[in-house]
Write a protein of this length. Structure first.
Length: 571
């Protein structure tokens, strides 16, 4: 059987399935015979939970650093909290009930109490207690818990969805690929898969109910296909394809240290999109000429509190120094939408992609913004920093952000702290009003980077995460292309450079068009860089301008897509 989804990360992988399914836990209520035995069962479950958490804490420290592993330290403290432990033991004694029943009730009571508190910090503890309580319950009921950062065998993970923290922790040696029910090409799970260079197919809707643990699957990340229990013949066919793909990739490495130039000598820049400093290895291996987008929000996720100025400074410094003098565009916090930070306790919203997010939060909670800007400025002396604001919809926001940046500069100066004096400050163009006022914005910023992932969803009113309307989510829409053209022209009129860091920048069929429209910089997943460099070398400026003209004369996304695919031999 072949299931068709959305190809999120290229490559072929085959292995048995590891199905991650959230089971509903049923808690029995039983009168116990021996109270001592029941208390001992409870104590054993606490000890087992402690041992598991210590192991996870140790591993998290190695993989993600001490600060990020702190959350597990907090979980360990809950396991030795006498309030909780004594309440459960007392309950077992007085009611003569089974440990899981008393534990479940106790945890729920504590969660309720903490959730009702006014103090935000205390409210956050409710989630921790729930988490640790769930672990103890599973241990009492002998329900297995899977830790995907520590697996014994090679697997393909199949899940409803994966949190960015799951993908970040995945053991790349063992997780050969992954498959999810939900998500689209630009959902963050897909973006993480590309940065980990793990083949992935997303948006398969019901794959978690059609696949069983241990089924053997082949995933084709390019075609978005998942073959379930294929025949030996198919397995062999895909083993050959897999070898060909690996050979093609290694052949491309000859272009690693080359510039990106068209046949007639026009040079453009190919940058990489990264989520953490750990991605640098892949970026350098794939011959990036810079970082076109560093999504700093991952620094703020999967931890119990905001990252300190010092932690951020270290992360930014590592990236800037690691890239030597190559340009590094670091985007200020872009939280919200599908990227949540639980400890900020942001209210649940009906339309999170249109809500209180990104620059809007930074201009409101200026302490968070100032800490990040201070860290960025301090790190600026180690490389070629360019600061970029996300989700800009008007010139007022740019002015407000720049005023805060000036304040931070003055503060640092008065403290005698060094920072670079000539870094560029640019903005993402990902909201239609920013594209439409790009003539105004270009006068007050140093560069634009077009964020097609969001620009497409806002311009066409198509949720980038919703697989039911994925066919409507397209960069080939003539309206989207007209906006891109306008932004490039307006940027150039004011003499600033225009890049693109949305996923469209790395799509081979779009590259000739974007070149023809005059795009200066393309930023993409590291693995897309060498194929893009190879493609650019086959094009000419005049040829791409003709392609752009032809595209502008076409009327439907379908025609444009078919034409551009034929240009690059994909039709
Ligand atoms: C974009 O919107 O195109 C973009 C690059 O940002 P993100 O995918 O992080 O929203
Ligand atoms: Mg965006």
């Amino acid at each position: 059987m072949v299931a068709k989804g959305i190809g999120a990360s290229k490559g072929i992988a085959m292995a048995p399935v590891l199905l991650l399914k959230e089971e509903t836990i049923v808690i029995p209520e039983i009168k116990v015979e021996s109270i001592d035995q029941e208390i001992q069962r409870f104590k054993d479950a606490v000890e087992k939970s402690k041992a598991q958490l210590e192991k996870i804490q140790h591993l998290a420290e190695e993989k993600m650093g001490k600060e990020k592993a702190e959350i597990f330290g907090a979980h360990l403290l809950i396991l030795s909290d006498p309030e909780i432990i004594n309440t459960v033991e007392k309950g077992i004694k007085t009611e003569e009930k089974n440990a899981e029943f008393v534990l479940d009730r106790t945890i729920n009571n504590f969660v309720e109490i903490f959730e009702a508190m006014d103090d935000e910090y205390m409210k956050e503890r409710a989630a921790d207690i729930k988490d640790v309580g769930g672990r103890m319950l599973k241990n009492l009921l002998h329900i297995d818990m899977i830790n995907i950062s520590q697996l014994d065998e090679e697997v393909i993970i199949v899940a409803h969805d994966l949190a960015p923290s799951d993908t970040a922790q995945m053991d790349k040696e063992k997780v050969l690929g992954f498959v999810t029910d939900i998500g689209g090409r630009t959902s963050h799970t897909a973006i993480m898969a590309r940065s980990l260079e793990i083949p992935a197919v997303v948006g398969l809707v019901t794959i978690t109910s059609t696949i069983k643990n241990g089924d053997y699957v082949i995933i084709n990340g390019e075609a978005g296909e998942v073959m379930i229990n294929p025949s030996q013949e198919i397995i062999e066919e895909y083993q050959v394809k897999q070898k060909q793909y690996v050979a093609y990739r290694s052949k491309l490495l000859r272009l690693k240290d080359e510039a990106t130039v068209t046949k007639d000598g026009k040079q453009v820049e190919l940058g990489a999109n990264i989520g953490t400093a750990k991605d640098l290895k892949g970026v350098l291996y794939n011959g990036a000429e810079g970082i076109g987008l560093y999504r700093t929000e991952f620094l703020y996720m999967d931890r119990p509190s905001l990252p300190t100025e010092e932690e951020q400074y270290e992360a930014y410094k590592a990236v800037l120094a690691g890239m030597a003098d190559k340009p590094v565009v670091i985007r200020t916090l872009d939280i919200g939408g599908d990227k949540e930070i639980p400890y900020l306790n942001l209210p649940k919203e009906m339309n999170p992609f249109l809500g209180y997010r990104a620059l809007r939060i930074c201009l409101d909670q200026t302490d968070i913004f100032k800490t990040q800007l201070r860290a960025l400025l301090r790190a600026s002396i180690y490389g070629n920093l360019k600061i970029m604001y996300p989700m800009v919809s008007s010139i007022e926001e740019v002015r407000q952000a720049n005023a805060i940046l000036d304040e931070v500069k003055q503060q640092l100066e008065s403290e005698g702290i060094a920072f670079s004096k000539d870094f560029e400050v640019g903005i993402m163009i990902e909201i239609p009003t920013a594209a439409l006022t790009s003539d105004i914005l270009a006068k007050e910023v140093d560069f634009f980077s077009i964020g097609t992932n969001d620009l497409i969803q806002y311009a066409t009113a198509v949720d980038r995460m919703n697989q039911n309307i994925a066919h409507l989510y397209t960069p080939y829409h003539p309206g989207v292309i007209r906006m891109i053209k306008m932004v490039i022209e307006n940027g150039h009129k004011e003499g600033i450079w225009v890049g693109m860091c949305g996923e469209a920048a790395g799509e081979p069929p779009l590259i000739p068009l974007l070149l023809g429209l005059g795009l200066d910089e393309f930023s993409m997943s590291a693995t897309s860089i060498l194929p893009a460099r190879e493609l650019v070398a086959t094009l000419t400026t005049e040829g791409t301008q003709e392609i752009a003209e032809k595209v502008l004369s076409l009327t439907t996304a379908e025609e444009i897509e078919a034409y551009l695919k034929s240009v690059v031999g994909l039709a």
